[in-house]
Design a protein around this ligand. Structure first.
Ligand SMILES: *Cc1c(COP(=O)(O)O)cnc(C)c1O
Ligand SMILES: [Zn+2]
Length: 405
């Protein structure tokens, strides 16, 4: 089954198997879905997996691990603690098979490669979540995975290695591993699954987020808050809602909020400056939210595309400091029982600011995407929890220690 790609810069269309960028102008490509071939009745009822929406996707027989169909958790306690009088939900992507939303693009991308391509080897550049997910779906599809891990991904490296790909730590940051994956894939004919905008086929899997949110809420949320590095989850969620609009299922689109960490925020900075073009991050990267730490060096145009979609949707981009990110992570798990990665707690920092600034209004419906499970960095999160000395087996000492009622 070939795929129709459309260039977001020059609008040229191409029917092909795998394309990474526009053959005419080098621009970013998006997959175009012919809506006459999809089955809108899939949008009725609770989703079980992302494959409820198979008619939107270009594979026939994916070897699923049960990805997608994640819970939409009402989060009134978090809204209260945030001081925002909104109808708040957490889309808990941490409950995907490898504990992040990356299972959506990888399940689609690797199943497509198995069904349509000769390629037996696949490479990805990743901080951890994308690499672990990639390894799981490559294994499942009988493709050899190679995962390139940059310096600084200390929480992500053990997760990747546990899935048993060929794990290669690389000297450099995520932009260096990006360049290496791209170069090696082009030279040796491997599939490159690096989840920037250069892998439009896999990224199409992220559109299932939109279908699920609509099916679960029965309406389009006013705001969707998404932690972003290059931004494919954000752009493809928006494209998914556009498809629903094209089908006549909905008549509005959500405002998309791209949330970054102040220690590496190229998209939020460009939004603040009111410019069109995102620039590579200029400083050393410094944030606790490793999964969204991406300086976009060599592919700033990916950020530009994400920014364009944010503006088109009537949304905004925000950078959060580490202190509030830690606080939000604690608040979500203590008030809702949802353990989020630090990167995935950023939407709730953003919500507080957007509500204070009168951008998000009372009564709005807001979805914060919890992109990854806190278990992905449980060591790091545990360091912030209260420490107690080991006690003897004695109830009265226990009573004193916990000071409970
Ligand atoms: C990859 C990742 C992101 C960023 O998603 P992009 O689509 O690359 O912008 C956010 N949060 C977590 C937990 C991730 O693993
Ligand atoms: Zn083009």
């Amino acid at each position: 089954m070939s795929v129709t790609y459309q260039c977001v810069s020059c609008s040229s269309r191409f029917d092909a198997d795998l394309l990474y960028e526009c053959p005419e102008c080098g621009g970013i490509l998006d997959v175009r879905v012919y809506l006459s071939t999809v089955d809108p009745s899939a949008l009725e009822g609770e989703p079980s997996t992302m494959w409820d929406y198979e008619s939107f996707l270009p594979v026939e027989d994916p070897p699923t691990l049960g990805e997608g169909g994640t819970a939409l958790v009402p989060a009134a306690n978090t809204a209260d603690l945030t001081g925002a009088d909104v109808d708040l939900y957490l889309k808990n992507e941490g409950t995907n098979p490898t504990c992040s939303f990356k299972d959506r693009p990888n399940a689609l991308g690797l199943a497509y490669v198995r069904e349509n391509c000769e390629t037996e080897t696949a490479v990805i550049s990743s901080h951890g979540n994308a690499g672990a997910s990639f390894a799981a779906y490559a294994n499942r599809n009988d493709i050899e995975p190679i995962v390139l891990v940059p310096e600084g991904s200390t929480a992500g490296l053990p997760k990747v290695k546990s899935y048993r790909p060929t794990t290669v730590p690389v000297q450099g940051d995520i932009s260096d591993t990006y360049a290496l994956a791209r170069d090696a894939a082009a030279t040796y004919g491997w599939y490159n699954g690096t989840t920037t905008h250069q892998v439009p086929l896999a990224n199409q899997g992220n559109r299932t987020m939109a279908y699920e949110l609509y099916a679960q809420l029965g309406q389009v949320p006013d705001w969707i808050l998404v932690p972003v590095s290059a931004g494919p989850l954000l752009t493809q969620t928006y494209r998914g809602f556009e498809e629903l609009q094209g089908l006549g299922v909905v008549d509005e689109l959500p405002a998309m909020v791209g949330v970054q960490a102040s220690g590496c925020a190229p998209i939020a900075e460009a939004f603040d400056r009111g410019v069109t073009d995102v620039e590579e991050w200029h400083d050393a990267m410094d944030t606790v939210a490793t999964s969204i730490e991406d300086p976009l060096r060599g592919y700033a145009k990916d950020g530009t595309y994400t920014l364009e979609i944010i503006r088109e949707s009537g949304g905004t981009a925000i950078a959060c400091d580490d202190g509030p990110i830690w606080n939000a992570a604690g608040r979500i798990v203590e008030s809702e029982g949802v353990l989020a990665e630090t990167a995935s707690s950023t939407p709730f920092v953003a919500l507080e600011r957007l509500y204070e600034d009168g951008i998000v209004d009372a009564g709005d419906t807001v979805v914060g995407v919890v992109t990854g499970h806190g278990m992905n960095e449980v060591g790091k999160l545990a360091e912030r929890a209260e420490e107690r000395d080991r006690i003897p087996v004695d109830a009265s000492v226990l009573r004193q220690t916990v000071a409970a009622d």
